[in-house]
Design a binder for this molecule. Sequence first.
Ligand SMILES: C[S@@+](CC[C@H](N)C(=O)[O-])C[C@H]1O[C@@H](n2cnc3c(N)ncnc32)[C@H](O)[C@@H]1O
Length: 225
Amino acid sequence: MVKLNIVGVGPGSAEYVTPLAHRLVSEAQVIIGAKRSLDLFGGDISGKSHVLTAKNLNDLLKYAVEAAKEGKHVVVLSTGDPGFSGLLKSVLNTKLVTSDDLNVIPGVSAVQACAAKLGLCWDELCLFTFHQGNVSDVRKTELTACLKAGRSVLLFPDAKNFLPKDIATYLINSGFDPNMSVFICENLTLDNERIVKSSLMGVSTIDFAALCVMVIRVKREDDDV
Ligand SMILES: C[S@@+](CC[C@H](N)C(=O)[O-])C[C@H]1O[C@@H](n2cnc3c(N)ncnc32)[C@H](O)[C@@H]1O
């Protein structure tokens, strides 16, 4: 097989798409991605494109692997970076390929866009994704353990089962200070980007856009802000 390309396309704005992503898409015979990802490449696409949805995800990823095995140049577009809460895991979960069969192209993750927007060094943050049902008691306990250890957290909420307001309520009920600082970054890099600076208590009553990243800030003595 030729390597299957899993290409990160950044957080949303066309300005964050890499030249390499453009080249691979323009050379591809098959391009698979969510509508918002495909829309970033309008003029580049000459191959056959397929719109990925939650419903057809498994079927289209299997098709992508089969097409690559037949020798076709295939690109699977993954929002942000493929390796963080992205399509790399979904492709590997098909069990039809290993990492050796893949050409993974990094993209700017919403993690990076959020940290940059807030001026945070993300090498010091605990990272979590609760996205798409990744919500479990174990993971919630890991979240509280990070905060109790004095580490700030950056996380992707789940748009159905663990919204920012659910997370804030959970943390307040777990004994954290309701005045703890919380930042919500919605629709990063897009025209409707919005940054909300609030507290656990404040966030516990607000609805946010589905596309959002949440930062829970533990203030440390050496902080200058
Ligand atoms: C399927 S995950 C994809 C994450 C992607 N692989 C990445 O590295 O950014 C989708 C989640 O990422 C976050 N996200 C992606 N793009 C975003 C953006 N432009 N603004 C805010 N959050 C975003 C949201 O939490 C969203 O629910």
